[in-house]
Design a binder for this molecule. Structure first.
Ligand code: HEC
Length: 283
């Protein structure tokens, strides 16, 4: 089926595009995202990333890419390539702006990076945290195992999920909402995430890990809700900020879905034009 399939479709309606053989030749195509542009500036000697003993290249990357520490989100479900490092005591921190996403785990071998390209969608890289003379972004299409699926509308891009986890952050795959966007009720969001900020009587699944916490949540729905301080859960000094802000979370969820939607529309309309465009030109 051709045409603009993403329009009005739910993820389960969407067949995966063979994106690597089709319109975009993804893995060979040139990335024009801010990550590729930063690498070019580094290669030309116009800028240099500086290394920090505690945060590796993270702070320097954020400065170069214009990403604020206020965007910090903390996720403790084991839902990443570096999953063995992620626990409720050592959550993964995510940072983002309009077209860049960073994933940082204290002490992990590399920082996960993705940049948005107007044609390709998300383009994924890792960069070593250890100090080297010439830090480089390494393009890693292995990330697409998770970052291209029906949950990203079939295109490479950002992903947000919500799962019930045990006390170590291991997800219960049968639980909760596996895809979160701006339409997901708050009560189904943030399983596996820390959440700071107040939300009145509304409930969510953030800050809960393990059977006991979820049992208490059943009895008292806002158990561990309305948290301003995460110190009771883990050592916040290992992160550049102490928050996993509720507004930043909602912004991410809206933005991630919208970006995948736009990538999908662009790819579908490009392929439709390629196939049927000549009909219009004859008129
Ligand atoms: C096993 C599945 C999986 C793999 C493989 C994976 N990721 Fe992710 N990634 C996720 C999930 C799920 C999220 C959403 C946050 C969460 O639940 O941990 C995410 C979130 C991210 C984010 C934050 C923006 C967003 O999409 O929400 C970045 C950046 C990221 N991943 C980069 C990478 C990079 C770079 C690689 C490859 C080196 C990679 N990921 C491989 C599952 C994966």
């Amino acid at each position: 089926m051709n045409g603009i399939r993403a329009f009005g479709a739910t993820p389960s309606d969407l067949a995966l595009d063979p994106f690597d053989e089709g319109t975009s030749s993804y893995s060979k195509a040139k990335d024009t995202s801010p990550i590729a542009r930063l690498q070019e500036r580094i290669d030309r000697g116009e800028t240099k990333l500086s290394h920090d003993a505690q945060f590796g290249y993270l702070l320097s990357l954020m400065e170069e890419l214009g990403v604020s520490t206020h965007s910090q989100l903390l996720v403790f479900s084991k839902t990443s390539l570096q999953r063995e490092r992620i626990t409720p005591k050592t959550p993964r921190a995510l940072y983002f702006n309009d077209d860049v996403y960073l994933g940082f785990i204290p002490g992990a071998p590399f920082i996960e990076v993705s940049g948005m390209d107007s044609k390709l969608g998300g383009v994924f890289y890792s960069i070593d945290q250890g100090k080297t003379g010439r830090p480089r972004f390494v393009r890693t299409d292995q990330c697409l195992e998770c970052h291209t699926s029906t949950k990203t509308l079939g295109v490479p891009g950002p992903l947000v999920r919500s799962f019930i986890t045990d006390a170590d952050g291991v997800v219960d795959m049968a639980s909760g909402t596996s895809l979160v966007n701006h339409r997901t009720p708050l009560s189904e969001r943030w399983g596996g995430w820390y959440v700071t900020g107040t939300h009145g009587a509304q409930t969510h699944r953030g800050n809960l890990s393990g059977r006991e916490a979820f049992a208490l949540h059943e009895k008292e729905p806002n158990h561990l809700g309305n948290q301003m301080d995460l110190r009771r859960f883990f050592d916040v000094s290992r992160y550049p900020a102490a928050t996993s802000d509720i507004v930043a979370l909602m912004t991410l969820e809206h933005q991630a879905h919208m970006q995948n939607f736009l990538t999908r529309l662009n790819q579908d309309s490009t392929s439709a034009l390629r196939q049927f465009g000549h009909l219009n030109m004859k008129k």
